[in-house]
Design a protein around this ligand. Structure first.
Ligand SMILES: Cc1cc2nc3c(=O)[nH]c(=O)nc-3n(C[C@H](O)[C@H](O)[C@H](O)COP(=O)(O)OP(=O)(O)OC[C@H]3O[C@@H](n4cnc5c(N)ncnc54)[C@H](O)[C@@H]3O)c2cc1C
Length: 581
C-alpha cells in the first residue's frame, strides 16, 4: 500500500488535513524553551536518527532542516510515512512506553536537531500543559494513522476461522498494533508468501514481523514481547502500587495513582480494556452522547496512564502473590516477580460458557464472547446467533445487525424487560434484521474444522430448528476472576472479593489482607458497569495514599507528593519523585 508522505507545507485535502492534526508544529517560543532541556545535534543528509525496532528512542525536534520517517520492508526501504520540518517532532505512542519503533528516521537535508531524552520528556509532559497536549495529540493521531494504513506493521497469514488466527488478530487489534491479514483460502499473496518462506499449512498462522522475522503460531506473550508491548524490563523497582488487571477499574486506578506521583505498574493478562474493551459501543458512559467503542475508551485511558508514567506488563497473568517485610511480590507467568508496597486487584470477570457437547472445539472458531468490528468482519452478510438477555447481548445483536444478514437473538426467558435496558429493547423490536427467539436455547453445534451448523429448541413447544450458522456470540454473564493468586483473600459465596466493613477494613475497598485493595467487577457488591469500575479505580487511590502515609516512617522511600507548584523537571522536584518514574 502506498502511503503519501506528508510535509508540513501541504494541506490540500481532508485526509491530509486529518494527518496534519497528527503532525503539529511547535512554535518558536516552545522550541526556545525546549532548547534548554535538550541537546542539539547535527545530522548530515542520509544520516539516521533512529532505526526501526529500537526501544526507548528519544524525541527529536527539528530546529532547522528536514527529516523523513520511513517504513522498511525487510531490509528494503519502503514508503515515506512523513516528512518533518522546522518545529515538528518525531515519535508516536512509542514515546510513552518501551514498545519498539515501527520506522526508520533519517535526515533529508543537513539538519539541526534537538534531542530530548525520555526521562526529560516525561518531566515535560507532566509539567508543561501546552507541550503535553501537542505531544499527546500527535501520539494518538499518529498511531491511529499507522493502524489505519497498516504502516510498519506485521503480516498475519492464517485461515480466518482458525482459533489461533482469531486469537492473534484479536490481540493485534485490541493492542492497536498495525497489521495486514492474509487468508490463504482467499488471498493469492498469502499463498505466494507461504511458498517463498516454505511454510507448511501446519505452521499457520504465522506472523511476519517488519524485519521479516517469522513467528510460527506464537503465544500472545511472545508476540507481545517481540512487538515490545511489555514495558517492565526492570524488575528491581519496588513500586508504590501494583494494579492487577487493565480493565476500566485498573486503568482508572493507574491514571489516578500515576498522576498523583505514585510509582505505578499495571499487570494485564491479556489486552488492556477488559470486558469493556470488547464492547462495540458503550452508550451510557458519561460524556459520550453518541457512544464510544470500548477499544477507543481503552486506548485513550492507556495513553493517559502512560502519559503520567504508569508502566505496563501486557499479556502476563499474575500467578502468585506473596508478602515479605511489607513488600508484595507478584509472580507473573514468566516467573519474574514485580514488587510493590500495595496491590490493587482489578481482575474483573470472565464470560460464562454454554454447557454443550463440542463447545470447547468451537471456541474462537465460531463461538465469540465479544462483538466488535473485528468479529463483525468475520460474519459479513451471514446469519449469526446471539445468546443472552442482558445489555451486552442486546448491544451485540444491534451492532451485528448492521452488517449481518440476520441475527437470531436467543433468550431462555419469556421477555427481555427484566434484564435489558429499555432503549435496547425498543431498538431490537424495531429491527428487521433481528429475530428474537424467546424460551429458546442452543442444543447442538456441528462442523468439521469450524462451526457450520447450530441447532436450537423452542422450549415452549419443543420445536427444533437447525440452520447453517458459523458464528455464535455467547453473552450470558460472567464469573469473578479470583482464581490462582488470591487463595488467602476472603470471598463471598459467588467468589467475589469482600472488602470494607465485611472484612473489618477501614477502606471501602480494603480486603482482609493488609495493603491489598479490590475494585470493579471483581469486588463483592460492586455495580457491574464501566462508570462504577472507573469510579472505584479512581477513589481507591486516596486510600492507598493514606496507607502509604501511615507506613511512611517504616518506609522512607514514599513521600506524599506536592502537586503543581514547581515545574517537575526542576532538579529538586526530580529528586522528590518516587522511584520508578
Ligand atoms: C460485551 C460487553 C458490553 C458491555 N457494555 C457495557 C455498557 O455499555 N455500559 C456499562 O456500563 N458496562 C458495560 N459492560 C460491563 C463493563 O464492561 C464491566 O462492568 C467493566 O468492564 C468492569 O471493569 P473491571 O475493570 O472491573 O473488569 P474487567 O473489564 O473484567 O477487566 C479485568 C481485567 O483484568 C485482567 N485479568 C484478570 N485476571 C488477571 C490476572 N491474574 N493477571 C493479570 N490480569 C488479569 C483481564 O484480562 C481484564 O483485562 C459490558 C460488558 C461486556 C462484556
Amino acid at each position: 500500500m502506498l502511503i503519501p508522505p506528508i510535509s508540513c507545507a501541504a494541506n490540500t485535502n481532508r485526509q491530509q488535513s486529518n494527518r496534519h492534526a497528527s503532525f503539529p508544529v511547535f512554535g518558536q517560543e516552545i522550541v526556545t524553551r525546549l532548547m534548554e532541556l535538550g541537546v542539539v545535534e547535527i545530522f548530515e543528509p542520509g544520516a539516521f536518527l533512529f532505526l526501526r525496532g529500537a526501544r526507548d528512542v528519544d524525541m527529536f525536534v527539528v530546529v532547522d532542516g528536514e527529516i523523513e520517517i520511513i517504513e522498511k520492508i525487510g531490509q528494503m526501504t519502503g514508503n515515506t510515512f512523513a516528512v518533518l520540518g522546522r518545529g515538528q517532532f518525531t515519535g508516536e505512542l512509542d514515546l510513552l512506553d518501551s514498545r519498539r519503533t515501527l520506522f526508520d528516521c533519517r535526515a533529508i537535508t543537513r539538519s539541526r536537531i534537538l534531542r530530548i531524552n525520555r526521562s526529560m520528556l516525561r518531566q515535560i509532559i507532566r509539567s508543561e500543559i501546552e507541550i503535553a497536549d501537542l505531544v499527546m495529540q500527535a501520539c494518538m493521531g499518529r498511531r491511529s494513522d499507522i493502524v489505519r494504513d497498516a504502516s510498519g506493521g506485521v503480516t498475519l497469514i492464517g485461515h480466518k476461522h482458525s482459533a489461533d488466527t482469531i486469537r492473534l488478530l484479536r490481540f493485534l487489534t485490541r493492542n492497536g498494533h498495525p497489521y495486514t491479514m492474509l487468508d490463504p483460502s482467499t488471498n493469492a499473496d498469502a499463498n505466494s508468501l507461504i511458498h517463498s518462506f516454505d511454510f507448511q499449512q501446519a505452521h499457520l498462522p504465522v506472523v511476519l514481523l517488519g524485519d521479516q522475522t517469522v513467528l510460527r503460531n506464537p503465544s500472545t506473550a511472545l508476540l507481545s514481547d517481540e512487538l515490545g508491548l511489555t514495558d517492565v524490563s526492570d524488575r528491581t523497582t519496588v513500586y508504590d502500587v501494583a494494579i492487577i488487571g487493565a480493565g476500566p477499574a485498573g486503568l482508572a486506578a493507574a491514571v489516578y495513582a500515576a498522576s498523583e506521583g505514585l510509582s505505578t505498574v499495571v499487570i494485564e493478562g491479556n489486552t488492556p480494556g477488559g470486558q469493556a474493551g470488547t464492547s462495540s459501543r458503550i452508550e451510557n458512559y458519561l460524556g459520550f452522547p453518541t457512544g464510544v467503542s470500548g477499544q477507543e475508551l481503552s486506548d485513550r485511558s492507556l495513553a493517559q496512564a502512560q502519559k503520567f508514567g504508569a508502566r505496563f506488563a501486557i499479556s502476563r497473568d499474575v500467578v502468585t502473590m506473596r508478602r515479605e517485610k511489607n513488600i508484595y511480590a507478584l509472580h507473573l507467568e514468566d516467573g519474574e516477580p514485580v514488587t510493590s508496597r500495595t496491590v490493587v486487584i482489578a481482575t474483573g470477570a470472565r464470560y460464562q460458557k454454554l454447557n454443550l457437547p463440542n463447545y470447547e472445539r468451537f471456541e474462537y472458531q465460531g463461538i465469540h464472547y465479544a462483538a466488535t468490528a473485528m468479529e463483525a468482519g468475520l460474519c459479513l452478510n451471514q446469519e449469526v446467533v446471539v445468546v443472552g438477555a442482558g445489555n451486552s447481548a442486546g448491544q451485540a445483536a444491534l451492532f451485528l445487525s448492521q452488517t449481518s444478514k440476520c441475527v437470531h437473538l436467543l433468550i431462555r426467558g419469556e421477555r427481555l424487560e427484566t434484564t435489558m435496558s429499555n432503549y435496547l429493547i425498543q431498538r431490537i423490536l424495531s429491527s428487521r434484521r433481528i429475530s428474537l427467539r424467546v424460551r429458546s436455547e442452543i442444543v447442538r453445534m456441528d462442523g468439521e474444522d469450524c462451526l457450520q451448523e447450530v441447532t436450537w429448541r423452542d422450549n415452549a413447544i419443543g420445536k427444533i430448528e437447525s440452520r447453517a450458522i458459523s458464528n455464535v456470540f455467547v453473552m450470558i454473564g460472567a464469573r469473578p476472576r479470583t482464581q490462582g493468586f488470591c487463595h488467602d483473600l476472603a470471598v463471598d459465596a459467588k467468589g467475589f472479593i469482600m472488602t470494607g466493613g465485611a472484612v473489618a477494613s477501614e477502606s471501602l475497598f480494603g480486603t482482609n489482607l493488609e495493603a491489598v485493595f479490590a475494585v470493579g467487577d471483581v469486588r463483592s457488591g460492586s455495580v457491574k458497569r464501566v462508570a462504577s469500575a472507573v469510579g472505584e479505580g479512581s477513589v481507591v487511590v486516596s486510600d492507598i495514599h493514606k496507607y502509604l502515609a501511615s507506613t511512611k516512617k517504616a518506609d522512607s522511600a514514599y513521600s506524599v507528593p506536592a502537586r503543581g507548584v514547581v515545574p517537575a523537571y526542576m532538579p529538586a522536584v526530580m529528586q522528590a519523585l518516587p522511584q520508578g518514574f
